[in-house]
Design a protein around this ligand. Sequence first.
Ligand SMILES: *[C@@H]1O[C@H](CO)[C@@H](O)[C@H](O)[C@H]1NC(C)=O
Ligand SMILES: *[C@@H]1O[C@H](CO)[C@@H](O)[C@H](O)[C@H]1NC(C)=O
Ligand SMILES: *[C@@H]1O[C@H](CO)[C@@H](O)[C@H](O)[C@H]1NC(C)=O
Length: 195
Amino acid sequence: MLPLLWGFGLLVGSLLQANPADSVKLIPNLGYYVEMRQIDCVGNPNYFNSMYCKILPPNNRTMEASVVIMQKLTALSGSLRVSIPNAKKVITQIFDITFDVCKVLRERKRKVLIDLLVNTLARNSNAKAWKCPFQKGSFESRNISVTDLPPMLTESEFYVNLDFFIPKVAIGMNVTLHGHLYEIAKEKNRRRKYL
Ligand SMILES: *[C@@H]1O[C@H](CO)[C@@H](O)[C@H](O)[C@H]1NC(C)=O
Ligand SMILES: *[C@@H]1O[C@H](CO)[C@@H](O)[C@H](O)[C@H]1NC(C)=O
Ligand SMILES: *[C@@H]1O[C@H](CO)[C@@H](O)[C@H](O)[C@H]1NC(C)=O
């Protein structure tokens, strides 16, 4: 559905729909899930109106979002920044990339994070909506989830800023997400120990 919104989730985490106990059984010692603490989204109403996004309790591992695209968009760029606390607990930016959304959608070989993003979008959304130009209309999803995170992450608090803009014209929307990434294997061990 709304491709643009899928983006931030996948940057950060693998989201499990099942409850943690089931997940532990289903998924071997690889993978992550994200608990979301706070999300904010603000759109430029000329392009992205009525933006809404919400973390779904009680697990806070899924979110719902909706937006109305006000005009056909032929060019769209994204800027993604990820920050985590360093050893001294100072929030430090670890990732910063600007990309042409339309170009990335056409490419076959992509950077790992971008690839993850695109795959997530393709899986979660109406494939037709997920291509350039983006058509006018309303988009919503009550079940945004991300899976298949690359196995190179570590458990951590994180902050994501995802901005979309129309190059040289206007800001489109800004999304900020604060969450915590957990490793399933560690969670499993913790459960063994304490439950
Ligand atoms: C989910 O978020 C709500 C509101 O912030 C919080 O009260 C609740 O404890 C969270 N649940 C989990 C499992 O972290
Ligand atoms: C949410 O999406 C996942 C996979 O993306 C699916 O397995 C699950 O059934 C969906 N849940 C709802 C309530 O639609
Ligand atoms: C969105 O982000 C851009 C670039 O980071 C910033 O210039 C702009 O003020 C932000 N807009 C809102 C409404 O937060």
